[in-house]
Write a protein that binds this ligand. Structure first.
Ligand code: G3P
Length: 217
């Protein structure tokens, strides 16, 4: 499963990119607002830092303007993915970009039928929002499982990008459900490597090794 980081904070991306484990980045208008950065400059900087797909979301809600905005975003760098909302207007824009060979990420997906339409519109990625469904008392991960089943049945190539991930349990469930990618907030990414038994075991190994008085180098 590909790991994307869900942030527009360049300093955090630099830090996490050093792990060699970051496959891409997703942003949205709320994350851009939180970063306080100029949108176009931030996307350019992120796209230069991380060679994988970088999602940049349009602001318009009508297809003709989304297309103009998406063309501008896509021109920033070849790894920019145009992020579009899951509305009929967004899907029209998605089909346009698919016909031009421009990558798209159809976002704000909350149902299997929405995901079906995104695939039919030729989306590169569809982003089902797991955490926000959980917030409403639904099981967000079931949506990932169901989209996986539908896409596999019909052979759709749209990649399932599990979004609105809130915990390492979400990451595990997304992987088990067959998501192609998960976009993970930096704080959650940092927890993925953690296990108390790893810490305890390493502490013991370090202490026992010291006791041998040996050195490998
Ligand atoms: O980038 C979209 C998505 O990951 C947002 O997550 O936590 O705001 O629901 P959240």
């Amino acid at each position: 499963m590909q790991i994307f980081i869900d942030t527009a904070e360049i300093s955090l991306l630099k830090e996490l990119h050093e792990t060699g484990l970051v496959d891409g980045v997703t942003t949205n208008p709320s994350l851009i607002a939180k970063s306080g950065r100029n949108f176009l400059e931030a996307i350019k900087e992120i796209a230069e830092l991380i060679p994988g797909p970088i999602s940049a979301e349009v602001a318009a809600t009508d297809a003709p303007t989304m297309i103009k905005e998406g063309e501008k975003l896509s021109a920033i760098a070849s790894n920019v993915v145009v992020k579009l909302p899951l509305t009929f207007e967004g899907l029209k824009a998605c089909a346009h970009f698919a016909s031009q060979g421009i990558m798209t990420n159809v976002t704000l997906c909350f149902s299997v039928t929405q995901a079906l339409l995104a695939a039919k519109a030729g989306a590169t990625y569809v982003s089902p929002f797991v955490g926000r469904l959980d917030d409403m008392g639904f099981n967000g991960m079931e949506l990932i499982e169901e989209i996986r089943a539908v896409y596999d049945t019909y052979g759709y190539e749209t990649e399932i990008l599990a979004a609105s991930i809130r915990s390492d349990a979400h990451v595990k469930a997304a992987a088990l459900a067959g998501a192609d990618c998960a976009t993970i907030p930096p704080a959650v990414f940092k927890t993925l490597v953690k296990h108390p038994l790893t810490d305890k075991g390493l502490e013991q190994f370090v202490s026992d090794w010291k006791g041998t008085g040996q050195s490998i180098l």
